[in-house]
Each structure stands twice: as C-alpha cells, then as structure tokens.
Design a binder for this molecule. Sequence first.
Ligand code: NAD
Ligand code: DAU
Length: 360
Amino acid sequence: MQKFLVTGGVGFIGSNFILKARKEQWANIINLDKLTYASNPQTLAQLQDDPGYHFVCGDINNIEILHSLLEQYQPDVIINFAAESHVDRSILSPQEFIQTNVLGTFQLLEASKIYWEKLSPQQRSQFRFLHISTDEVYGSLNPADPAFQEDTPYAPNSPYAASKAGSDHLVRAYYHTYGLPTLITNCSNNYGPRQFPEKLIPLIILNALHDKPLPIYGDGQNIRDWLYVVDHCEALYLVLQHSLIGEIYNIGGNNEQTNLTVVERICAILDELVPKSNFRHSSLMTFVKDRPGHDRRYAIDCSKISRKLNWQPKEDFDSGLLKTIRWYLSHPTWVKQVQSGAYQSWVKQNYADRITVRSH
Ligand code: NAD
Ligand code: DAU
C-alpha cells in the first residue's frame, strides 16, 4: 500500500481525507500537524490503534522535522493541507498566514525536492506533491461573470487569499524549475463534519442550538459555492491516482448560494430536528457590520476535472446540510472541546465590534 504524508491532517478537510483514506484503504498515513487552535486531537481518536496511521506533532516550517520524517517514512505522496484558513483572522492578524501558508509551504517544497531527488528513477516518477488551495485566489465575481476556470488570472483580495496565492505560485515554480511532480487543486467552500465553528455553517448551527444571534455580514447576498467535504476528498484521490503532473484542477459543488439562503436552510432543518416551542430559529438571524473587503461572489467551473477524471459531486445541498447538522447534534463532546476559552476570545474579538445593523 502507498504511504501518504499528510500535513494539517487534524484540521477539517485533512481529517475527513484521512478517515476516508484509512476506511477505503487508499494508503497508510503519516499526519504532521502543529495542532493549532483549529485542530482537536480527539478528531482522529478513532485511529489511535490503527497501525496504518501515525501522528506527528510538528510545524511545516521546521525543516529538521521535515527531513527526518521523509527519511524515516519514505512517503510516495505528500498532501499539503496545513494552513491558516480563516479569512476574518487573516484580516485581524495576517502574520501567521504568511508564516505558515507562504513560508511553511516553501520549507515543505524544499524538503520534498531534496527527498525526491534522492529517490530511485522509478520512485521519482511515481512521487506526487499535492497542494490544496482555494478558489479565493481568483478574487471576486460579479453576478453575470463566468465561473472561475483554471486559467482565470489570480486576484486575491484578503491576506488569507494572498498567502494562498503565494503558496500556489511557489508550487508551480518548483514544478517548472526543478521538475518536482506537483499538483494543485483550487476548491470552493467545503462544509461537513468536523469543521471548526469559526466558519459560517458550523457557527450558525451551534449559535442556533444555543439560542444565540446568527450573525450575517452585510446584506447577506454574498455568494459562495458549497462543496461537501467527502466529495472533495474523493476528487483529491482521483487527482492523485490519474492526473498528469503539473496540472491544476478547480473543484466545486455546482452549488452557488447566498449566505442568507444558507442560514435560512440551516434554520429550517433545525426547526424540524430540534423545534423550539416559542420561536423559529430564523428569528435569531441578525445582520451585522460587513467583513472588510468582503468578496461578493465565488463560482467554480469544474468541467476540467469532470471531463478528464470523470468526477462529479455526489451530495446535494439539502442532504449534505442534513448530514452536517446531524453530525454536530450527535457530537456534543467534540463541540465542547473546540469551544474552549480561546474560541470564546475569538468570538469576542471578531463579533464584539460588529454592531447589529438590523435584526431579521
Ligand atoms: P483548518 O483550519 O480546519 O485546518 C488546518 C490544519 O492545519 C489544522 O489542523 C492546523 O493545526 C494545521 N496547521 C496550521 N499551521 C500549521 C503548521 N505551520 N504546520 C503544521 N500544521 C499546521 O483548515 P481546512 O478548512 O481543513 O483547510 C485545509 C486546506 O484547504 C487549507 O490549505 C485551506 O486553505 C484549503 N481550503 C479550505 C477550504 C474550506 O472551505 N475549508 C476551501 C478551500 C481551500
Ligand atoms: O472559498 C474557499 C474558502 O472558503 C476557503 O479558502 C477558506 O479557507 C474558508 O474559510 C472559506 O472562506 P469564506 O470566507 O468564504 O468562509 P466563511 O465560512 O468564513 O464565510 C462564508 C461566507 O459567510 C462569507 O461570505 C462570509 C459570511 N459570514 C461568515 C461568518 C463567519 C457571515 O455572514 N457571518 C459570519 O459570522
């Protein structure tokens, strides 16, 4: 069986990928994660007795750890999920985004290149470095603009998006300059189990369950494309198995929604699953001060991955949201663990000054 070195695998998408990879026996996994605020070690507790899974706590900026891991485990594939991933945090404190997303990716590329150059010709040709990126590197669309394609020019607007764009350019450069067999995927907004509740969907679910205001930035008409995380993980595996090196793929859910619609749908599902006797969950909706530089619309054209690798998202939004909400309802211990003091400080920092513009 192949060996995958996964970085950032305790986070949302990485943990879903690892669980799927072990369940489907795609590969043995070595997971390097710094365990930042965005990760909960309990997320992968079910793998603790799995001999095909090894966890290492460490930073992708630490070149010594990278060299020794590569030497020790000799992976066939490296998948880089590790990142600072929340746009609002990048607006309030961008430094960590440059440190991990740009410099950390650079260190990982350097260590990978040195490792890859020493492999046998056959291992070298089979090796892959897969970098997980975002549709936010392409900037913001107007309502009538065509969806992002793989050759849409980069126009990142937030410090987060700029740091991801920087990392994508480095990955591209290592392919073109050194021949490192890289792949880049740019996906839209993922949703599903195990997402840290600073992001819209889990934040709304958990606030609604606790009868707290549901903060909607601006007019709620910003549009995102929503991709169920397991569909994303399946796409990544197909890319690893079948793609030519140096390729880029956009991955999306064919599922554009305004934020207002997303919040209303969550409220409607909660009204059914956990009805309140005296109010509807939508009455908690609150319009608050907008995110600075808030991108209006993202949309992904995923015809390339559909045509070349025969991939399509399987989950529709209603079934995906229902699964997601059921997961949060049935994992109260996980929820409690991630809503620690640090989380409460973040909520205060991000929302205290967002004066309510109007209640629903
Ligand atoms: P996440 O914030 O949930 O998890 C990130 C993980 O990386 C955490 O476990 C964290 O501890 C780890 N990490 C952070 N800095 C590290 C470092 N220096 N060294 C090692 N580990 C480190 O993020 P996510 O939502 O799972 O996103 C994964 C990747 O996918 C990111 O690169 C992100 O930019 C990209 N992405 C995410 C989405 C989305 O909707 N969540 C969409 C598009 C692209
Ligand atoms: O598009 C892919 C990107 O999606 C990823 O690269 C990022 O890592 C991921 O965080 C996500 O970025 P967004 O900024 O789109 O996600 P977020 O969940 O923060 O916000 C989704 C939308 O909801 C966005 O328009 C802002 C809005 N929003 C968000 C929060 C947290 C609100 O209206 N209220 C909120 O409280």
